[in-house]
Design a protein. Sequence first.
Length: 292
Amino acid sequence: MGDSVSGARRRRSRGPVIAVSLALAVCLLVTVGVVVLVGRVSTALNGWEPPTAASVDPSDGTIATPPHDELTGPPEHTGVTPRTDDETEEPAEAAGADEQSRPAPGAQRPDDTWLDEVADATGIPRRALEGYASAQLVLDEDQAECGMSWPTLAGIGFIESRHGTYAGGEIGPDGTTTVNVIGIPLDGTNNTRAIPDTDDGELDGDTEWDRAVGPMQFIPVTWEKWGESLEGETPDPHNIDDAALSAARYLCEDGRDLSRTEDWVDAIFEYNRSDTYRDDVLAYAHAYADAS
């Protein structure tokens, strides 16, 4: 019995030692883990670089719009300062989509200073704005009774394609989108009207159904009727100059006066018969006009 008591005492005396040893082992493991974690965080921080300006997406024309219920009609006709004859018509060497560019001479173009100031004030990409403003200058001269104003075209351009940026590209110096903007098949689903292919896929690449194409989203059958080139060449729906001018002609058909609310609404419904679409275009048109 004495041996049993002695063994029990030895086991009790070793208990605290074991507990202390386990505690030290746990502390050591925790310390090692913290050191490793700190090392990894330090390495990650050392490898991190702040974002550069090149990684920031350019503006797509998004702008705060007035409440729909405050708008009772289209914005007033907004003037465009035309380019003067003594301004050079040489193409710009830079390749950036929003850098100053000089398309071929002959077509009416807005003044460079006007473009810079309005693009900066509205957030509309400069080359897209040039297309909308050029269309207004043309209609101001040969279809002035329509009252076409660039903010309406810009409102449509924003809703339809974010001014040509929706597909991930932008509008290049020559006015053509760097990535084609092609809509969904107009097959009767997704709240679309069923329009079987009318152009053998020439414009939209779809030989079964028509699709809307370009920054102003023309369907092939409508482009066939209204497509017009600002420079007098073959009209291209992927070119903002041609698309904006063609949209302006389309909106002004049947002798519409876009300064009149009824005619303006009829024109937008001709483009897309949706109350929401009409309200959104109206809100953006007002916002762009007010900002300019």
